[in-house]
Write a protein that binds this ligand. Structure first.
Ligand SMILES: [Zn+2]
Length: 158
């Protein structure tokens, strides 16, 4: 593992911690040349998940890309650190539990929206407006109304 600062190859582990019920090990390392500290993650390689995209192409499932999409939706929302990562892990677990190795991208989109709806409704609307590319304000308003309906309160008049 190269040091991100100087590219040095020697580092020592200063801390090591289990994450996700020990499915992942996080290690803090210190570069032997410049003492920069950085983090590495080690996880068991699981069976490949392949995403079938809308245009018919296939792509390896990328958990980190999913997490960064969720993180973007959750930017500056009052949610705990790691909420996006936890949601991505849960989505991945759900996909793996499905037992099929090829997953339509629409399923990942739908699971992401479900998770975000539970975590934070603004993040959900942000994500949905990109993902579903609402045609107009009416479509966006219908979605907002749906969120209100789920909470059992009437939408405010605007
Ligand atoms: Zn270094």
């Amino acid at each position: 593992m190269r040091c991100p600062q100087c590219g040095g190859r020697e580092s020592r582990v200063v801390d090591s911690r289990d994450l996700d019920e020990a499915a992942t090990i996080r290690r803090r390392r210190e570069c032997a040349s410049c003492s920069t500290r950085f983090t590495t993650y080690e996880r068991l390689e699981a069976a490949r998940l392949v995403v079938l995209k809308r245009d018919g192409t296939r792509q390896d499932f990328d958990r980190d890309k999913l997490a960064s999409g969720l993180r973007k939706a959750l930017t500056r929302r009052p949610v705990p650190d790691g909420a996006a990562d936890q949601a991505a892990d849960e989505i991945e677990a759900e996909l793996r539990a499905g037992g099929t190795s090829e997953i339509p991208s629409s399923r990942i989109g739908a699971l992401s929206m479900d998770k975000l709806r539970q975590i934070d409704q603004i993040a959900y609307i942000r994500f949905a407006s990109v993902y579903q590319s609402f045609e107009d304000l009416e479509a966006l308003k219908r979605e907002v109304d749906r969120v209100y309906a789920e909470r059992g309160v009437p939408a405010p008049k605007v």
